[in-house]
Design a protein around this ligand. Structure first.
Ligand code: NAP
Length: 323
């Protein structure tokens, strides 16, 4: 089968299209013939080595397609079912991928492989961030960085469905228009504007009770400066590089702030949590509260161009690789 492999960490150039043996499912596993593969920023962290991987390796955490083989003891899926997965093992950038049956879900009728692969990882992330990490209440004003991105565009729509007022930050005027279309109430161009000052202006000086920050290094101080007393700083990504170290005393000086650095995989650690998170996501999609925006699609062989676009801030919404 065709698969993207890396033998060393580095820039997009390290991504190589290879012909490798098609894997077989072991006990409790399923073999999925990928019809669509989700591109996620975490794939770039694996590629660069920011998140350590054992080399050589495939890449990619998310995909959807048809179950073509089931291993011993699997009763959650049968051959011919549709399956979507988003929590490892790495290696989804391939025509086929083996995952544990208990780490995959069946997308509901009406959700095709493209939408499933575009939404599962990013949408379950939005689910745990808004409902469990910091449960957003109707009437709250919240800050979402990189609001036109894959996770960001789902966060904006879902937060609106929860009754929140959403302030989104973006890197360009085109992305600002996109966030407004998604329902964002206020948009800040964080490359040009003072984010904390804008947030204070919008909130009448109070600041926000929660800020979802996936940008990391570049927005860290602005996020700290945007929070209300006892506000929650949710640092969940490193698109511009990892967030810096902070002394606990600073959180006190800035208003008894909370800081958390969550990862999806601790919020969908069990099959029950995975099923509940995916069901909540498919629920808001079915109600039309969240529309999955597939901004761009690349052939699997063009994974390098896909990574360049994602890291070059050229993408909006979700991106797919098609095997
Ligand atoms: N903790 C978790 O469990 C978890 C799960 C999923 C995703 N994440 C994180 O969520 C974030 C979004 O993931 P995604 O896959 O949906 O990606 P994405 O948001 O579609 O792409 C990243 C966006 O970040 C913004 N950005 C700001 N500074 C950047 C820089 N220096 N380089 C590149 N991008 C920059 C860009 O938007 P602008 O042009 O508007 O600035 C870019 O489009 C990532 O940080 C990812 O690691 C975390």
């Amino acid at each position: 089968m065709r698969a993207i492999r890396i033998t060393r960490t580095g820039g997009p150039d390290v991504l190589e299209l290879a012909e490798i043996e098609r894997p077989a499912p072991g006990p409790g596993e399923i073999l999925v013939r990928n019809q669509a593969i989700g591109l996620n920023f975490i794939d770039t962290y694996h590629r660069t080595g920011l998140y350590p991987v054992k080399l050589p390796t495939g890449l990619g955490m998310e995909g959807a397609g048809e179950v073509v083989e089931v291993g011993e003891g699997v009763d959650r899926f049968a051959v011919g079912d549709q399956a979507a997965y988003a929590s490892g093992p790495i290696g989804a950038y391939a025509e086929f991928h083996v995952v544990k049956a208990g780490r995959a879900v069946k997308p509901p009728a009406g959700v095709g492989a493209g939408v499933a692969a575009a939404c599962l990882l990013k949408g379950m992330t939005a689910e745990f961030l808004l409902r469990r990490c910091f449960p957003v209440q109707a009437g709250q004003t919240i800050l979402v960085h990189a609001a036109a991105g894959g996770v960001g565009s789902i966060l904006v729509q879902w937060a609106k469905a929860l009754g929140a007022t959403v302030i989104g930050t973006v890197g360009s005027a085109e992305k600002a228009a996109r966030v407004r279309e998604l329902g964002g109430d206020h948009v800040i161009l964080y490359r040009d504007q003072d984010v904390a000052a804008e947030v204070r202006r919008i909130t009448g000086g109070a600041g926000v009770p929660v800020a979802y920050d996936s940008v990391g290094a570049a927005t860290f101080e602005a996020t700290l400066g945007s929070l209300a007393r006892r506000g929650m700083f949710v640092s969940y990504g490193n698109a511009s590089g990892p967030a810096p170290a902070i002394l606990p005393g600073r959180l006190s000086q800035l208003g008894s702030l909370f800081l958390t650095r969550p990862t999806l995989f601790d919020y969908v650690a069990t099959t029950e949590e995975l099923d509940a998170s995916a069901a909540a996501l498919f629920g808001v999609i079915a109600k039309g509260q969240v529309r999955i925006d597939i901004g761009q699609t690349f052939p699997l062989a063009e994974a390098k161009a896909a990574h360049e676009a994602l890291e070059g801030r050229q993408t909006v919404g979700a991106s797919l690789l098609i095997p």
